[in-house]
Design a protein. Structure first.
Length: 562
């Protein structure tokens, strides 16, 4: 469970020692530890590397909440993240919570990486290990710059620890991305093929991140080629369960799912287990994980950056959770029917929606969960969805909003681990995937289809993902054109990666945010969150503190419409 960034407690102290500190946003320090006292030994290099990994935890936190800034979820507590304001459209440079810290954290990490790369040449150590360290830091710096470019567009590009940011003109987004891709090319030649457990950067991680970036910027042929490198490496595969226990089949779905045979029933439960159990701490290090943020359950309570808080943020109140990140009805409706066809949402039968006051579902409520995609049952807690492995005899019941209950009527069960169900709040120890192999397959399918249309390799990538979840292969007679397959791939991506933070960026790069960022209602047809979309929301404003520190950002800020 522990990674390089958890192996030392005093990370804050380390970052101060390595990079200095400043009261002014993104201003470089005017001092750092001198050469005679640091950057001499292999131990010094290892300490510097650990400092560079520190922001991976913050990146994981961001990805937790990103779905709430999309149509997948509603993050109901604005003090936890900026997603609540982003999704509602009620944000500004000076008021949006979380964005200032994101901007600061990314640049703090970049400063640490620059300091490391500027000084590692001074260290006497094993040459192979030194090369690997350099590749890891290039990867981390590239990841941080990609996030900045995705969120803000043009940003200051700093590649030396001697350059300040408070007098630097923002680099064009395209130039930042060119730098990032070049860094990942270098890193992929410096890194080992894989890393143990996925908590350290590897060649696979560098290539997978490169493919993600190329996809985001519509470099279709390049993205497909890079994803194929990962696929052909033989180092990764989808996590698949190989056997079922009585615990795995304890929850009875026969009232909702029509099983054609006993074999069909076993296929369903195997798909359910395969999809939900890949995130469990017991399965850490499985070959699907390419890069992840690793946590420790031994960390102190809450917001320390070393324990996984998802068991608290996602769980319903009766399981000691906060219901912070709640799936929307739109998310529920996105899952396929069990035969692989699109689900057509049913009309809510009464003016009170699926629920009569205060908390009684109307009969039609349950119809929407009949014969649906296995991943729906594994991902969303809806009234009547039981999970005995998480809590013996437990069946979720929504009791209306408030009191740490879901604001929409649904909770996420995906990403929860029964091993930590009864533990203290915010002390889960399972890892959080930042890049997994299923995304690489989806990247390949989308990029290949956009570059040249459907072909057998595209269907094969999609069929692998669907069959893992116990779903049928893509119907090639229906999805036989580039346009039709595009629709399927986008929805498949939404379902497979739900809760992992990619949807926020997907709806922006596809240009569909204006259509999908609609007002959210709960299961009673009661307003949960009004939402407004403007075209300039594709990019976020720079934090006001950053603009105050660097007036050269103001011109770029105005160009974004803020």
């Amino acid at each position: 469970m522990k990674s390089i960034i958890q192996s030392l407690a005093p990370l804050g102290v380390l970052l101060i020692l390595v990079t200095g500190c400043s009261k002014k946003l993104n201003q470089y320090p005017n001092y750092e530890i001198s050469t005679p006292t640091f950057w001499k030994t292999a131990s010094d290099a290892a300490l510097g590397l650990q400092g560079c990994y520190a922001n991976v935890t913050n990146i994981a936190y961001d990805y937790w909440y990103f779905d709430g800034a999309s149509d997948n979820c509603y993050d109901q507590y604005p003090w936890e993240s900026g997603a609540t304001y982003i999704s509602s459209g009620t944000f500004s440079p000076g008021t949006i919570n979380g964005i200032s810290s994101d901007y600061t954290n990314e640049y703090q990490s970049i400063r640490s990486c620059n300091t490391f790369l500027d000084n590692i040449g001074k260290v006497t150590m094993d040459a192979t290990t030194k090369t690997q360290y350099i590749g890891e830091v290039r990867f981390l710096r590239a990841f941080n710059y990609f996030l900045l470019a995705q969120m803000f567009g043009d940003v200051p590009l700093i590649t030396s620890s001697n350059t300040a940011t408070d007098s630097l003109t923002p680099a064009k987004e395209a130039d930042v991305i060119s730098f990032v891709l070049a860094q990942l090319d270098s890193a992929s030649n410096e890194l080992p093929a894989t890393s143990i457990g996925g908590g350290r950067a590897s060649q696979g991680a560098a290539l997978a991140l490169k493919a993600r970036i190329q996809l985001f910027y519509q470099q279709w042929s390049a993205a497909a080629a890079t994803a194929l490198q990962v696929m052909n490496s033989g180092n990764y595969s989808l996590f698949r369960a190989t056997s079922l226990s009585s615990t795995d089949t304890a929850d009875n779905y026969s009232g909702l799912v029509t099983f054609a045979s006993e074999a069909d029933k076993q296929k369903f439960y195997m798909g359910l287990k395969s999809y939900q159990n890949m995130y469990f701490s017991a399965n850490e290090g499985n070959p699907e994980i390419i890069f992840e943020c690793q946590f420790s359950s031994a960390a102190p309570y809450e917001w320390t950056g070393q324990a996984n808080g998802l068991n608290t943020l996602l769980s319903p109140s009766d399981l000691n959770g906060w219901s912070s990140i709640d799936p929307t009805q739109s998310m529920v409706d996105a899952y396929w029917n069990r035969d692989g066809s699109p689900y057509v949402p049913i009309s809510q039968a009464t003016s009170s929606g699926y629920y009569n006051f205060p908390n009684t579902p109307v009969p039609s409520y349950f119809n929407q969960f009949k014969n649906r995609d296995t991943r729906l049952y594994a991902s969303i807690w809806y009234t009547g969805n039981s999970w005995s492995a998480y809590a013996p005899g437990y069946s979720f019941v929504w009791e209306g909003p408030g009191n740490n209950n879901s604001a929409t009527g649904y909770n996420f069960r995906k990403l929860l681990d029964p091993a930590f169900a009864s533990g203290p709040q915010w002390q889960a120890g399972q890892s959080f995937p930042l890049i997994r192999y299923a995304e690489v397959l989806l990247t390949y399918a989308e990029a290949r289809n956009e570059a040249s249309g459907p072909d057998p390799s595209v269907y094969a990538a999609l069929d692998s993902i669907r069959s893992r979840a116990g779903m049928p292969f893509v119907d090639q007679t229906v999805y036989n054109s580039q346009s039709a397959l595009r629709t399927l791939i986008r929805n498949e991506r939404r379902i497979e990666l739900a809760g992992e933070g990619t949807r926020y960026f997907d709806i922006r790069r596809w240009g569909i945010a204006a259509n999908v960022m609609t007002t959210v209602y709960d299961n009673r047809n009661t307003l949960a969150q009004p939402r407004v979309w403007q075209d300039n929301f594709v990019k976020l404003p720079y934090p006001q503190a950053a603009v105050d520190a660097n007036p050269l950002l103001q011109t770029a800020q105005s160009a974004k419409g803020y």
